[in-house]
Design a protein around this ligand. Structure first.
Ligand SMILES: [Zn+2]
Ligand SMILES: [Zn+2]
Ligand SMILES: [Zn+2]
Length: 509
């Protein structure tokens, strides 16, 4: 790209403030570059860049036409009226809202930020969750898949991959079973099987298929184990305690999902929830009960087809459970995590998918996907009882058999993503109203109101909207949006560095 157009790119998007010291490196094909330049020099560029900034530089916005009117439910008065015709380009653009970073970086970051707030509120309170929740025992648990065959890996303290005294030992396929290498983190062999022919691909796909059921049984088992510990029955456990969860699924390099979960013990369920927990259970005790339950869970998976064995599935042996420390809690200072660490960790994984792992194109992941397709192709459509337990496996081959949600939480864990999204919309409407009226508002004062349930809503929105399409007009516009999103992220990170710990502007995204 010529210097003249680069300067245009740097300066043309006011919200992002490109500058000379940090040039944008756009590696574009000639067609895309022409489209981009045409957009930069277009007459309605200012309108377009305002639209772009309003959707937060979303890479694939939804386009809608229509109008809506907001009425006060008490007086019937028209409070606000809005239509796509009022928009600079005559069309309403809204964010695609995709969770995945490989689909839309901007929306994925917003999703991660909301997930962070949601997770953090469940740990330390805030966002309408009382701060006393921080006194309830909380455990961070990682539940893994078992081994389906040795894979290359990094070892602690620069250890060798798979040392054996008998270094010349070979498997039935003639491959060495030892590996004396010291693999780095970015070594492409990490996560690949030592022998792909020895590796049990079918069992991994079947395990992954039933992983959501393993998790469900884990929660049931944990209730039973906890009830036993408290000297009651699972049916009466609710009189003493309730368990709340937030969990995220993450792919390991070997293509198996991990569950990272927060398990919180609350007191008896009340309409408000979040009651203080039973004194008898500390976070350390809860960590032990979680490990006990995870170790005990078994699911018997039926054969996929006539030649396939039934399998008894379990979590892997590397179950890790540790208490989370909040500012209000000081137990187990050695093995505990801070709320920010945990929330940041879970939020990061919530935006990932198999598509994000660099090993996406590895022979191993391709073979897992192929195995899932083969198994799906051979799966009996219905068994003798009329069930088709693997009927949908083919649909989930691209996720290597995992059909669960990537991020889930129990109802009373914290606020919901929906509440956070509605709050942001309400905040944006208020900002727009205040801008029109020329007044200032302190959004922090309004947090509880913004997060209030719809039940408290005093207005009703009546509208009619039509979907006209998704995405920007062409690759050049998309390239600008993606570049702007990347630059906006850099600036946001710098700003966060400068005013660490402050929450000003949290609702303005
Ligand atoms: Zn988006
Ligand atoms: Zn190795
Ligand atoms: Zn082998």
């Amino acid at each position: 790209m010529t210097l003249a157009t680069r300067n245009q790119v740097w300066t043309a998007l006011p919200p992002v403030q490109f500058d000379e010291e940090r040039p944008l490196d756009l590696d574009l094909d000639p067609v895309t570059e022409r489209q981009l330049v045409a957009r930069l020099f277009s007459r309605d560029f200012d309108d377009w860049s305002e639209v772009l900034s309003r959707v937060g530089f979303c890479a694939n916005p939804i386009r809608l036409v229509g109008r809506s009117e907001t009425f006060d439910t008490r007086t019937g008065e028209l409070v606000r009226s809005y239509g796509s015709a009022d928009e600079p380009l005559g069309v309403t653009f809204t964010r695609c809202g995709n969770r995945r970073a490989d689909k839309c970086e901007s929306c994925s970051r917003l999703y991660a930020a909301d997930t962070f707030q949601l997770i953090r509120a469940g740990i330390a309170g805030g966002k309408t969750v009382p701060e006393t929740v921080a006194d309830n025992p909380l455990v961070f648990a990682t539940l893994t898949a078992p081994s389906f065959g040795p894979v290359h890996g990094t070892r602690p303290n620069g250890g060798r991959c798979r040392p054996r005294r008998d270094t010349g030992h070979r498997c039935d396929h003639g491959r060495l079973t030892s590996c004396m290498a010291v693999h780095g983190d970015d070594d492409p062999t990490v996560g690949q099987p030592v022998c792909a022919d020895c590796y049990d691909y079918a069992s991994q796909v079947v395990w992954q298929w039933w992983a959501p059921e393993l998790w469900r049984r884990f929660t049931i088992t944990l209730r039973r184990v906890l009830a036993h510990h408290l000297g009651t029955t699972p049916a009466r456990l609710g009189e003493m305690a309730s368990l709340q969860y937030a969990k995220v699924a993450e792919y390991q390099l070997r293509g198996a999902v991990h569950f990272h979960a927060l398990v919180r013990l609350d007191g008896p369920q009340t309409p408000e929830g979040f009651a203080p927990a039973a004194r008898a259970v500390t976070a350390t005790v809860l960590a032990a009960l979680v490990a006990q339950a995870a170790n005990a869970v078994r699911v018997t998976a039926p054969p996929v087809h006539g030649d396939d064995p039934a399998r008894v599935l379990a979590f892997g042996a590397q179950i890790d459970t540790r208490p989370v420390r909040t500012s209000r809690r000081t137990d187990d200072p050695d093995r505990s995590l801070t709320p920010e660490q945990v929330a940041g960790y879970l939020a990061k994984y919530a935006t990932k998918s198999t598509g994000d792992t660099e090993a996406k194109d590895s022979p191993h992941l391709r073979r897992l996907e192929a195995t899932a397709r083969q198994l799906a192709g051979r799966a009996a459509t219905v068994d003798e009882d009329g069930n088709a337990p693997y009927g949908l496996l083919g649909k989930w081959a691209h996720t290597l058999g995992f059909r669960g949600h990537f991020a889930t939480k129990s109802r009373r864990y914290s606020v919901t993503l929906g509440q956070l999204r509605r709050a942001r919309q309400r905040a944006q409407a208020r900002i727009a109203d205040a801008n029109r009226a020329g007044t200032r508002i302190d959004l922090r004062q309004l947090e509880a109101e913004l997060l209030a349930d719809d039940a408290d809503e005093t207005t009703v929105v009546i509208g009619s909207w039509t979907y006209v399409g998704s995405g920007w007009a062409n690759g050049g516009e998309t390239a600008l949006a993606v570049a702007a999103a990347a630059r906006a992220r850099e600036y946001a990170q710098e700003r966060a560095q400068r005013r660490k710990g402050q929450t000003v502007g949290e609702w303005e995204r």
